[in-house]
Design a protein around this ligand. Structure first.
Ligand code: BMA
Length: 314
């Protein structure tokens, strides 16, 4: 796709930052990674297709957020026993790292013959992982959990599948991270728009002075297939179901060769972003379901894009 002029997200000159060649065990892809800064280091939990087409999660670490080293063994593979084994039998995908209280919640897609649902696990040190619960039925994807309780409840965004309505972003609440309810749809694809086919949560939202900033993905269908892009939306700090603004324009689209062509062509897909103290945010995305890429943006400019050039959320 033709490069945007003066892009709001500046691509790193050395993209892609992680490929299958960096992984010391056999994988077909490296993509759709959750990421967080922990004790001054960047921890990336990335998805890889194995050569049987099923996905597992690997771990990579970095001191600067750009140059990563992959751990010798996978971080998370489908559970071997119990209820998780039944629902993770066909792979685990698109993990989000959601910092909350004194630990990190890991929300990922669990695939089985019963469909795709979301499993929730927890880690404190990125060495050991404790599975908590399967928190959706089939067919849901893309759960991101807000980094703090709001009005006494945990809050999440997700994307149920629907044959009746275009795939949209919903909000739900929980007293304990296990039981979720009070669900409402808060944002839908808009016709004749870059995200008109479907939308879904991307990176876990982070706090700005003007609201929770959420980087999401939107899909447009063309005669040549679907195009996945990234957009930004701002949620009210105290009432996150209320959307203050949605940028009318996308912020990242497939442009580089490794985003335009790959395992699934014309895809940029995010599961994580790291806001920094200097006012920049590092945005990480999978390119063409094959490699990991990074770009940076000024947080205030993303906020301004949501406020000054907004479209209706539904
Ligand atoms: C979505 C998910 C993502 C993937 C994207 C593009 O439905 O499966 O994991 O990156 O399609 O293939």
């Amino acid at each position: 796709m033709t490069a945007q002029q003066n892009p709001i997200v500046k691509r790193y000159s050395d993209n892609p930052i992680l490929t299958r060649d960096d992984v010391p065990y056999p994988v077909a892809t490296v993509h759709n990674a959750g990421i967080v800064k922990h004790q001054g280091r960047y921890i990336m939990l990335f998805r890889s297709h194995l050569h049987n087409g099923r996905s597992i999660i690997g771990k990579a670490e970095s001191s600067d957020g750009f140059s990563f080293t992959v751990a010798p063994e996978p971080f998370l593979t489908p559970a071997a026993e119990g209820v998780f084994a039944e629902y993770e039998a066909c792979g685990i995908e698109d993990l989000r790292i959601c910092p909350l209280e004194d630990s990190f919640l890991l929300a990922y897609s669990a695939y089985s013959k019963h469909g795709v649902r979301i499993a929730l696990a927890r880690t404190r040190d990125f060495d050991s992982v404790e599975r908590i619960s399967l928190i959706t039925q089939a067919d849901y994807r893309n759960v991101v959990i807000f980094p703090e309780k709001i009005n006494g409840r945990y809050v999440r965004l997700d994307r149920p599948h629907s044959e009746i309505s275009s795939w949209s972003i919903w909000i739900s609440y929980s007293p304990d991270l296990i039981h979720w309810g009070d669900s409402r749809v808060i944002m839908k694809p808009v016709a004749y728009h870059w995200d008109e086919m479907k939308i879904g949560p991307g990176a876990p939202p982070f706090k700005t002075s003007k609201g929770w900033l959420h980087i999401y993905h939107g899909v447009f269908n063309t005669m040549a297939g679907a195009v996945y892009r990234l957009g930004v939306v701002l949620h009210d700090l105290h009432e996150p179901a209320k959307i203050i603004g949605v940028s009318d324009q996308w912020i990242v689209q497939p442009e580089d060769p490794w985003e335009v062509t790959g395992y699934v062509s014309n895809v940029v897909f995010t599961c994580g972003a790291v806001p920094e103290d200097n006012g920049l945010v590092k945005i990480y995305w999978g390119g063409a379901d094959s490699v990991m890429c990074i770009g940076t943006a000024v947080i205030d400019e993303l906020v301004e894009l949501c406020l000054a050039n907004s479209r209706a959320p539904m």
